[in-house]
Design a protein around this ligand. Sequence first.
Ligand code: ATP
Ligand code: MG
Length: 424
Amino acid sequence: MAKQLQAIRGMNDILPEQSPVWSWLEDNVRHILAQYGYREMRVPIVEFTNLFARGIGENTDVVEKEMYTFEDRGGDSLTLRPEATACCVRAGIQNGLFHNQQQRLWTSGPMFRYERPQKGRYRQFHQVSVETFGMDGPDIDAELILMTWNLWKRLGLDEHVTLELNTLADLESRKNYREALIAYLEQHKDALDEDSKRRMYVNPLRVLDSKDKGTQSILGEAPKLHDYMDDDSREHFARLCAILDDAGVKYVVNQRLVRGLDYYNRTVFEWITSALGSQGTVCGGGRYDGLVEQLGGKPTKACGFAMGMERLILLLETCNLVPEDVNKTVDAALVTFGDVGTYGMVFAEKLRQASPNLRLQVSCGGGSVKSQMKRADKSGADIALVIGEDEKQNGTVTVKFLRDDKPQITCTLEELVARGEISG
Ligand code: ATP
Ligand code: MG
């Protein structure tokens, strides 16, 4: 027998039992984004490889070892997008969205990274990515954080996540800091993990982010970026913190927070939960003022974040925050028996016209009344609309209440709509 076909490891089907939770989360995200005046942009899933190599940074995990890169039939090197910020910047430059303009944009969809699949970490995963352009902050930085905070409150997650905040200062300060950090790490080279030994020259700030215990113990005494910070960045950070303080957002300043991608400067932040093990970051972002120019556009200030939808769903489920009724997709089920010909199908169509919000499922394929009623019950419907020869004869329908202890009624379609039994 042929081997059963399998999906690629780390690339998951979202089954019909799960998709309502996704839709519910996405609706909430859309609602919040609309509240702040953000506009959706849809960008391709595949781009030329050099966009990510140039945009994300050659010495990042993503570019070094996580990209799905292949040659197409024309010999071009293409990559399945590992994140969407570089894509939005490419699209914005190409379509003239940036120069002398302010933009508040968002995009969403699958991202691809060749990582070791585990809970909260997949090879195809989904992000909502929010990007702003043409605003130098710190008010827009604060707006992005406040927006995520509002989303957590709307979802009931605000008690389950904490905000970590840092500033990476400007390029010049980072350069000075980089030298100091390398000098310090060189003194303790033997105690560093292999990855950090390799990184300390190409991307020393990433060493700060190492999960290795030995490396972490050395970092306690390492020079601090904030001691090398330029005045403007210091002022920017202080004003951001003031807005968050006055708005009542709690945060922890974590000087080791650097984020995985190279393009950040000044503000960086992550929303973290302890409920998902080491896959604890549900949302991360910051300022990336250099990226537009780096990808060939005119200098454009930018700030954004991305949130991981799988991790958010895992967290919502872990905290029991998914409303019970999200899986309810049918309000009424239509059951027919006897020789009613086309009456049932036509009745259902008329009812859908008269009551557009009603979610009505017709029991297609017939079967005994008992088996149809069983299916109606399983569908989650509150009522069964039963049609037999009598109903056909009289132009009526019989309504059976599946969840309430109420006597059945027989009425016309107009009466049914007028009674409001089928709210929908
Ligand atoms: P991590 O440190 O967990 O690898 P990251 O810094 O690589 O995360 P980002 O590039 O900042 O992640 O992506 C933003 C968000 O997307 C993350 O906070 C996370 O919620 C989600 N995410 C990233 N990689 C994955 C993945 N492989 N599977 C599922 N979600 C992911
Ligand atoms: Mg990662």
